[in-house]
Design a protein around this ligand. Structure first.
Ligand code: URA
Length: 261
């Protein structure tokens, strides 16, 4: 039984602030197990309570969702036969038994990685049908060529004959060896193989967003944080590529250079 304040439970799952929740509760707009609860500091059992806000049922989830800023040198696996696993980076108090990485980043890649014990959610994230967009920053061995933009948009044919879904790509304004790419599938070594298919080579790769969930700037490489339910929902929302390019690309690309060169 996990006792938690009602306002904490609601603010972790919605955009309501604590003061808004207090007001809604006072107005009788919040029910727990079918009964209006007028005080937002009331303790509830987060595992079992059926909480309803303005007619909307909120999920009481027992799963944990961790966002890791993966460093180089760790494998996305639960089995350490191929090297140290990313699970080693999760502090004991955040770890649960069935946790695994919901997605793959290569051993030498860095950035946003979701680790969870929610198999159903992981399945949805990994499902090709959901087409969750992912944005990567890459450092290239050779200058970016503008013809990549159309080639990636048309669907790159990989060396093994497989064709990728249309992807967006753009180079940095201040460096022709830095680029940002958005893909919505997860083939093996996909980004590296896409650039290889146009005659280039990826030297560094960092994933900086999963859907609309952006890797927080304050999350240093090797650190992790627990995600709130509303953050998890962001995984399934689209990211605005052009907005991301202008707002975040300069910072993320500077980090990529500073951390690894
Ligand atoms: N594409 C790659 O090539 N490597 C990664 O780690 C992720 C996407």
């Amino acid at each position: 039984m996990a006792q938690i304040r009602l306002d904490k439970f609601i603010s972790e799952r919605t955009e309501y602030s604590r003061s808004q929740i207090k007001e809604l509760a006072a107005k009788g707009k919040i029910t727990v197990d079918g009964t209006a609860v007028k005080r937002s500091d009331t303790k509830i059992d987060s595992d079992t309570a059926a909480v309803n806000v303005c007619g909307q049922e909120l999920k009481s989830s027992r799963y944990r969702y961790i966002l890791l800023n993966k460093p180089q040198g760790y494998v996305c696996s639960t089995d350490d036969k191929d090297g140290e696993t990313v699970l080693k980076l999760i502090p004991q108090e955040m770890r649960t038994k069935g946790m695994f990485p919901a997605g793959r980043l290569d051993k030498d890649s860095t950035g946003a990685l979701l680790i969870t014990d929610d198999g159903e959610l992981a399945h949805q994230i990994l499902s090709p049908r959901r087409k969750i967009t992912k944005i990567y920053i890459v450092k290239l061995a050779r200058p970016f060529e503008n013809n990549y933009i159309n080639k990636f948009a048309e669907g790159i044919k990989l060396a093994d004959g497989e064709t990728c879904l249309p992807a967006r790509v753009k180079s940095a304004e201040n460096s022709d060896k830095l680029a940002m790419i958005e893909i919505c599938e997860g083939k093996y070594h996909q980004v590296k193989r896409m650039f290889a298919a146009v005659g280039n080579h990826v030297e560094r790769l960092a994933r900086v967003s999963l859907g609309a969930l952006i890797l927080p700037e304050k999350l240093a490489i090797g650190e992790c944080m627990e995600l709130l339910h509303k953050d998890v929902e962001n995984l399934f929302k689209p990211q605005d590529f052009d907005l991301f390019y202008s707002q975040f690309f300069p910072v993320f690309s500077a980090n990529l250079i500073n951390n690894y060169l």
